[in-house]
Ligand binder design. Structure first.
Ligand SMILES: Nc1nc2c(ncn2[C@@H]2O[C@H](COP(=O)(O)OP(=O)(O)O)[C@@H](O)[C@H]2O)c(=O)[nH]1
Ligand SMILES: [Mg+2]
Length: 364
C-alpha cells in the first residue's frame, strides 16, 4: 500500500515536471515566432560556430546566471541552442532583442534564412580562441557579405572568447594575425572592433566591461554623470562586496548595524545586490533579524579585479582608500536626488549602474 503511494507520488511529480517543461518549451517557441522588429527598438545578433560560448555570454551578463555553473563541464546546464533564441530586455529607455543564433544551423542563417539579419543594430560574431584562424576568417567573409546586404549600418563586434584557454603570448599572436587579415579585407578599420573575453575569474570584470561597451553602443548612450543618490547606493554595494569574505555567512542585522543608514535604504541596497546576483540571502526561522547573507560566486569573480581597479583609480586621484570601512562620504548632508556626479566608465559603480538597468522582459 505504502509502496503504491510512493509510486503514485513519483508518477505525479514526473507528470507535473513534464507539464512545467512543456509549458516552458511552448513559451520559447512562441517567443521565437513573435514579430521582434515591431517590438524592440534595438536588435542585437549573436552568431558564430557552435560551442564557442554565445549562449554562455548571454546568460552570464544579461540573465545573471552563475558563471561557475556555466563553466562546469561535469554538470552542463546548457543544451545546444536550437533555431534563434530571442530574449527581450528593457535597457534604460530602449527595448532590446537579443538573437542567439544556433551555430548548428549556420548553413541556414547564411543561406535561405539570412533575412534574420535585416534591421540589425549590433552584430556580434563570437569565436572560441581555439577556432582555427582559417575558419574565423571564412566566417567573417560570409558575415561581411550578409552585413552589406541586410544591415550595412550595423555596428560590428568580433569576440574572441575563452581566452583563459591559451597563453597571453599565443593570444597576442592570434589577434595580430586576425587584425592583419581584416585590414586586407576591410579598408575601413573603424567598421569593426575585436574584443577578447572569458568568463573565468581573472577575466570576468574585463569581460563585463566589454559587454557594457556593447550595451552602451546599443542604447546609444554616453553616461558621464548619474544622480548622486544612485551613485551612493552603487558605491555602498561595491563597499559591501569588498568588505565581506567569500564563503562566509553573515547576519543581516550586523550589516544593518555597520552601515548606519535607514532600514528602508538598506532594504533597497539589498534588493539591488540580490538583483545583480552579488549576494544570496539565507532565510531563517527566527525572523527577519536572523536572516543571513553571503557573497555569490559572481561577487567572488569580481572581487580581486575590483580591488585592482579601485587601487588604480584611487592612486590616480589620490584619495585615501575607504574600502575597508563601510562609510558613506556624502558631500552634503541631504543631497538632492537630482544632483549629478561624474562616473568613471570602468568603475564597478558604472558596471552596477548599467546592469541594474537591464530588466528581462517576459512576454508571455
Ligand atoms: N574555458 C572556457 N569555457 C567556456 C567559457 N564560456 C563558455 N565556455 C564553455 O563553452 C561551452 C559551450 O558554451 P555555449 O554557450 O553552449 O556555446 P554556444 O554553442 O556558442 O552557445 C560550455 O561547455 C561552456 O562551459 C569561457 O570563458 N572559458
Ligand atoms: Mg548556444
Amino acid at each position: 500500500m505504502q509502496c503504491f503511494h510512493i509510486t503514485t507520488i513519483v508518477h505525479l511529480c514526473k507528470f507535473i515536471m513534464r507539464v512545467i517543461s512543456m509549458r516552458k518549451k511552448k513559451h520559447k517557441n512562441k517567443a521565437q515566432h513573435f514579430p521582434i522588429d515591431q517590438l524592440s527598438d534595438k536588435k542585437i545578433i549573436l552568431t558564430g560556430p557552435p560551442e564557442v560560448g554565445k549562449t554562455t555570454l548571454k546568460l552570464t551578463f544579461f540573465d545573471n546566471i552563475n558563471p561557475v555553473k556555466l563553466l562546469d563541464r561535469t554538470n552542463p546546464i546548457l543544451e545546444p541552442t536550437r533555431g534563434a533564441e530571442i530574449s527581450h530586455y528593457n535597457m534604460f529607455n530602449s527595448e532590446v532583442g537579443i538573437f542567439d543564433l544556433a551555430g548548428q544551423e549556420n548553413s541556414s542563417w547564411y543561406g535561405e534564412s539570412a533575412k534574420i539579419f535585416s534591421n540589425t543594430d549590433i552584430l556580434v560574431a563570437i569565436f572560441d580562441i581555439k577556432t582555427r584562424l582559417g575558419e574565423i576568417t571564412d566566417f567573417i567573409i560570409s558575415l561581411l557579405e550578409i552585413k552589406k546586404k541586410y544591415c550595412s549600418e550595423a555596428i560590428f563586434y568580433i569576440i574572441i572568447h575563452k581566452i583563459d584557454l591559451i597563453s597571453r603570448y599565443d593570444l597576442y599572436k592570434k589577434i595580430r594575425y586576425l587584425k592583419k587579415f581584416l585590414k586586407l579585407k576591410e579598408k575601413d578599420q573603424k567598421s569593426f572592433e575585436i574584443l577578447t573575453t572569458s568568463i573565468e575569474k581573472e577575466y570576468f570584470l574585463d569581460t563585463y566591461l566589454k559587454i557594457q561597451e556593447i550595451i552602451l553602443s546599443a542604447v546609444k548612450r554616453d553616461i558621464y554623470y548619474i544622480p548622486i543618490t544612485d551613485y551612493e547606493d552603487l558605491n555602498l554595494c561595491t563597499k559591501i562586496i569588498l568588505k565581506y569574505e567569500y564563503g562566509v555567512n553573515y547576519y543581516l542585522i550586523n550589516l544593518h548595524n555597520e552601515v548606519k543608514i535607514p532600514e528602508s535604504r538598506l532594504e533597497k541596497i539589498i534588493e539591488l545586490l540580490k538583483y545583480l546576483q552579488l549576494i544570496k540571502i539565507k532565510s531563517s526561522d527566527i525572523g527577519e533579524y536572523g536572516q543571513q547573507f553571503r557573497l555569490t560566486d559572481r561577487a567572488y569573480f569580481l572581487l580581486s579585479s575590483i580591488k585592482k581597479l579601485q587601487n588604480n583609480i584611487l592612486d590616480k586621484i589620490r584619495i585615501k582608500s575607504s574600502s575597508q570601512y563601510i562609510t558613506i562620504d556624502t558631500k552634503s548632508e541631504n543631497p538632492k536626488p537630482s544632483e549629478l556626479v561624474p562616473i568613471s566608465i570602468d568603475s564597478p559603480e558604472m558596471l552596477f549602474y548599467i546592469f541594474s538597468n537591464i530588466k528581462k522582459k517576459y512576454l508571455f
